[in-house]
Design a protein around this ligand. Structure first.
Ligand code: ADP
Ligand code: MG
Ligand code: ZN
Length: 594
């Protein structure tokens, strides 16, 4: 609760800040507008860019939180040309700096980069320029290591400041300062001395991810307690979010996918993101065999074919790119009408970014995830080596198996944004009033979960390992005889519901993954989780949301009206818990598993 109040106060402050700094009557406004057009060839600023630029040009310390792709770089690149002096940019990744610097060079902006690979000659030239009151260099990128480790460079920076030439200090990916963030970099701690060394140079921190805890930490570490905070919303009002239950056979799935793109998205451009290179190739050739103009894009496709696919897609010669996440950087096609996830992404962040490539032109566009439990295991054996990989994956599983919440509220919550679901405007499968949804009821599924744990215990007793697929089979009395448990009844609901119960148990720690390695792959088995004991001794109950009425099966093949922000007139039932089945106690295994 305290957290909610604090975050409400923060929101209030942000709104005030946003109003106060939105002005177009600052002394630099004319220059700013002119450079925006003449140098950057852009027509207008995006939300929060003006506020940030005005604040930093007024020498205020500030932090900007903006989703990836929102346009954070412009917030320092443009001011760097508005005022005299040098803008120092600290960035954690050399590749990011290289990309930016190349783009700047292209625009004719004097910039440079210092890292471990910088030649001695370049270093000398740059360091000489820095201390000249009329130095030419406007933007200098450095790694935090360079700052922390090179005394000589710090000396130069002090001189630069002393001659009044240091305009501001920009810290990109500023959450890296905080150990609470997902990406802590020890060298970022060193940046704490910047404010003391250069009190007159405003600090501008940029990030896409920041919870209140991280932000408070960042302010403390950088010694900028009074820093302004600007936050661009993560909400993309023109994107319609939905989740489909993925058909269990490849054939059914492809039929459904084909129906979608040949009817609802007929003639429209889109992206289909796949989990693996193999998946993307299979989907591409299946679609091509059905006459769809689709191209394939992943890291193993040779560079020439990749750029041909990209080019043909940009020009509209092919409508669909079937790709892995390798298809991402630098995609700027405005009229992407749909992004379909063939399998769930590895995190909410990824989902947001990948689906965010739709609708850059602000026209209504659709973001669809096909969800199935089997894909969770595939993802988890890829991401479990990352520090917060499983935690992130469970975050998106929560999004996928939710049967009632506004998808926007789930996204906003993930990014620590306050959200009122009435703002969704019917633009997600759960808010859309044109859909036939039953009402939501909470049901106690504890006894089924106890059954699941009994099956796992029996398997462990006989030294057998369970995948989720085997677990479901054993639950329905199918599969290997040795894995079945007599005392466990066949569940009185569909296999889809059974899978949803398992996913729920997984993300709430009643179950957990157990990884085993073979020479060629990692296998994800499933075992009781840290909270399993609570369930077995009756000190926990598991309640899950179900739709009371089974949504009627409608077709997905209604063309959508891409030019208007309106709801699609028909859709397939989403991940619906078929609660009606929950109360039906007699079902044979075969009828229960469809
Ligand atoms: P971020 O760092 O927030 O992820 P970038 O600074 O890399 O985002 O910008 C993402 C893209 O948005 C770039 O292609 C950039 O040119 C573009 N962009 C930024 N500001 C604007 C603007 N005001 N109008 C149009 N495009 C913009
Ligand atoms: Mg950036
Ligand atoms: Zn909604």
């Amino acid at each position: 609760e305290l957290k909610a109040i604090l975050s409400q106060q923060e929101d209030c402050k942000e709104q005030q800040n946003s109003k106060a700094w939105d002005g177009t009557d600052f002394p630099w406004t004319p220059a700013l507008e002119k450079i925006l057009r003449s140098v950057f060839k852009l027509n207008s600023l995006r939300p929060m860019q003006r506020q940030t630029m005005n604040a930093t040009l007024s020498k205020q310390d500030c932090l900007l939180i903006m989703p990836t792709g929102g346009g954070k770089s412009l917030c320092f690149q443009l001011p760097a040309l508005v005022d005299k002096g040098l803008t120092l940019v600290v960035s954690p990744l050399v590749s990011l700096m290289e990309d930016q610097q190349m783009a700047l060079e292209h625009l004719g902006v004097p910039s440079a980069m210092l890292n471990a690979a910088t030649s001695k000659g370049d270093l000398m030239r740059i360091q000489d320029d820095m201390v000249k009151p009329n130095g030419e260099l406007r933007i200098l990128y450095v790694t935090p290591e360079k700052l922390a480790k090179s005394k000589r460079f710090m000396n130069r920076l002090e001189k630069c400041y002393a001659v009044g030439h240091l305009a501001r200090i920009v810290i990109d990916e500023v959450h890296c300062c905080s150990q609470w963030g997902h990406d802590f970099r020890p060298d970022y701690k060193f940046l704490g001395i910047m404010k003391r060394q250069f009190p007159g140079a405003p600090i501008l921190g940029l990030t896409a991810t920041a919870t209140i805890k991280v932000l408070e930490d960042v302010k403390k570490i950088l010694s900028i307690p009074k820093s302004l905070l600007f936050k661009a919303s993560f909400n993309r009002p023109n994107l319609y979010y939905e989740v489909y239950e993925k058909p269990s056979t490849q054939k059914d799935f492809m039929d459904e996918l084909y129906r979608l793109i040949s009817r609802r998205f007929s003639g429209q451009s889109g992206i289909i993101y796949c989990f693996s290179r193999k998946d993307s190739e299979e989907v591409t050739s299946d679609l091509q065999s059905r006459g769809v103009k689709a191209g394939c894009y992943h890291a193993d496709v040779d560079a020439a074919s990749r750029s041909r696919v990209h080019r043909m897609w940009l020009s509209g010669e092919i409508k669909i790119v079937v790709a892995t996440v390798a298809f991402g950087m630098g995609i700027d096609k405005p009229d992407v009408r749909f992004v379909i996830h063939h399998s769930l992404s590895k995190s909410m962040e990824n989902l947001y970014q990948e689906s965010g490539r739709a609708g850059r032109d602000d026209q209504r566009s659709d973001c669809i995830v096909f969800y199935r439990l089997a894909d969770v295991a595939r993802q988890s054996s890829m991401v479990f080596t990352e520090m917060t990989g499983l935690q992130n994956l469970h975050g998106i599983v929560r999004y996928c198996i939710d049967v009632s919440s506004c998808r926007r509220s789930l996204i906003a919550h993930h990014f620590g944004e306050m959200w009122d679901s009435s703002h969704c405007n019917n633009m997600c499968d759960h808010c859309d009033k044109s859909r036939n949804k039953g009402s939501i009821e909470k049901k106690d599924v504890s006894k089924y979960c106890v059954d699941v744990l009994s099956i796992l215990r029996a398997a462990a007793d006989t030294d057998q390992r369970m995948t989720t697929a085997k677990l479901v089979d054993a639950w329905y009395g199918r599969g290997a005889a040795s894995l079945k448990v007599k005392s466990v009844a066949v569940p009185p609901f569909s296999k889809e519901t059974a899978e949803r119960v398992l996913a729920h148990m997984l993300i709430h720690d009643y179950l957990q993954e157990d990884f085993h390695f073979t020479a060629y792959s990692t296998i994800c088995y499933i075992v009781p989780g840290s909270k399993a004991k609570l369930l077995q001794n009756n000190s926990a109950k598991i309640l899950m949301d179900f739709q009371v009425k089974t949504a009627k099966k409608a077709s997905v093949d209604v063309p959508n009206n891409s030019s208007a922000v309106s709801s699609p007139s028909a859709t397939k039932p989403l991940i619906s818990g078929d609660s009606s089945a929950l109360s039906v106690s007699k079902r044979t295994p075969s009828s229960a598993s469809k």
